[in-house]
Design a protein around this ligand. Structure first.
Ligand code: FES
Length: 104
């Protein structure tokens, strides 16, 4: 699968999040672990990059559904369907996500 550049590693510090592309992908740095998920909540399309991160989960900012950043699973209602997850690759201090197609 093609690699899509997110940013330099230094631009995504611990606790940070980057939103890239269209359809948007949110890339989180949680305690040095990188996670990439679809940015769009499966309940009513809020932006999960604006949500609160707790452990390896993110709380949707609109109605509070919690998603597992690792698996994309919706852990609590009102969301039911998972969000898509993407592999994250770090090469030469650059962060990439593996994704079929995403616009800049
Ligand atoms: S839009 Fe995310 S829980 Fe409703």
């Amino acid at each position: 699968m093609p690699l899509h550049r997110v940013c330099a590693f230094s631009e995504l510090p611990v606790g940070g999040v980057k939103r890239i592309g269209e359809p948007p992908i949110a890339v989180f740095n949680v305690e040095g672990k990188l996670f990439a998920i679809s940015d769009i909540c499966t309940h009513a399309e809020a932006s999960l990059s604006e949500g609160m991160v707790e452990g390896e989960t993110v709380h949707c900012p609109l109605h509070g559904a919690i998603f597992d950043l690792c698996t994309g699973e919706a852990l609590t209602p009102p969301a039911v369907d998972p969000v898509q997850t993407f592999p994250v690759v770090v090469q030469e201090n650059e962060i990439y996500v593996e994704v079929d197609a995403v616009d800049e």
